[in-house]
Design a protein around this ligand. Sequence first.
Ligand code: UD1
Ligand code: CA
Length: 480
Amino acid sequence: MPKGRSKNPRSSRPASRLAIAIMAAGKGTRLKSRHPKVLHEIGGKPILAHVITTAREIVPPADIFVIVGHEAERVREAVRDSGVSVVVQAEQRGTGHALMTAREALAPYEQVIVLSGDAPLITANTIRNLSAFHQDQKAEMTLLSANLEKPSGYGRVVRKTARSPEVRAIVEEKAASAAQKKIQEINSGFYAFSVPALYRYIGELSASNPHREYYLTDMASVFHRAHKRVVAMKTANATEVLGSNTRAEIVDLDARLRLAKCQQLMKEGVTIFYPQTCVIDCDVQIGADTVIEPFVQLRGKTRIAGDCRIGSYSVIKDSELAANVTIHPLTVLDGARIERNAVVGPFSRMRPGSEIGESAHVGNFVETKKIKLGKGSKANHLAYLGDAEIGEGVNVGAGTITCNYDGMQKHKTVIEDGVFIGSDSTLVAPVKIGRGSYVAAASCITDDVPADALALGRARQTTKEGWAAARRAARKAAEK
Ligand code: UD1
Ligand code: CA
């Protein structure tokens, strides 16, 4: 930081009581991936993004510290828009070491909640309860625990006595004795710490374990030895603590999130047939009385109004549908906007910038890109419409192609209101078809067509009467 800077944003802000630290520096070795673990997606968003969204329900983004390390720049880029602070843990020497790295950032706070960037199902409510429990218990460290039927892989909670809220140690799976492995109460990896106590004692962590890492979990026994209070708060909802160390765990979390999303939408009045077969991203919005048929994917920032119907096997990404739109099966939409009462599909493909007007029809094997199709216009079969402005009440015949690309540049086609384009026409852009005119079938249109005209752009038909009969007769004669 440059010296003598007049405004230090941190010191000009009153020290807040509560910070949230999110550990996200690990490599995720068990995923066998080239990409950082916390950027793997569930519910259509990076795992880390879910944790940040939840943290933001508790404290403002400036009080959230994401600890990054492995592929730090990619992770930093991914969280940039959320406005959270970033701490770099250049070498990843364990979860305890991650918190050592954050010492300076966390110093102004009283309490820190530590979350794991790879455990995205945690809710704001549970975090609030953990923070309050920590306060009530006057503890230096409070860990969130849960009872799991299959606890293997998690650290186990060793309480002072079975009934005591106090914890003597957390034992990692690898270091656990056979008896300890039987403990079903696991450490979730979420904690509340008193910040001054954490940093007074964190230096006592040692890396004398098989991984040669500083384990944050060892703070339990460090505090215990120093006669400081360590307690566990057991959550009733064990699914909230599930982590994502393996591909199978990621896929499991994804399925849970998506099913919850479907259930939420159904509560809000959306019918989803066979929800187990539908893939709906977290941020998708759908209005009441819309029906989603089986095997539909709705992704990204898609927004669908009420009274729509989305046919099976359609994949809709980052698109907006107004009320009462029908999407027939096997339609692919990406960055499209569709006005009310329009009918699309089956087998339509819309690429970014497709704007389909009210009550318009786009049918099978029609591809669109960066076009406006006006109110009530129809392109019902087999067409490519790109870089085009098409007015209202236009009929685009089967097989129509806007030739928008000359090998170097894209050009625009303008089709004004009430035009009729005959089947199998090619419109070589830049070109304009004037209001109310006709283009004859199979025309190649290279020049602008004025309003109310008929344009023919094809060779004249010649008919040779009797030609076929004469040919057959000639062949018969040769065979004799
Ligand atoms: C950890 C806990 C374990 C608990 C489990 C719950 C430790 C030693 N163990 O194990 O008791 O049951 O979580 O899910 O803490 N990270 C860093 N810097 C590092 C290492 C890790 O930021 O140097 C981050 C990782 O990116 C990850 C989180 O810390 O988001 C947890 O690390 P991970 O390796 O997944 O710990 P677990 O083996 O799951
Ligand atoms: Ca983990």
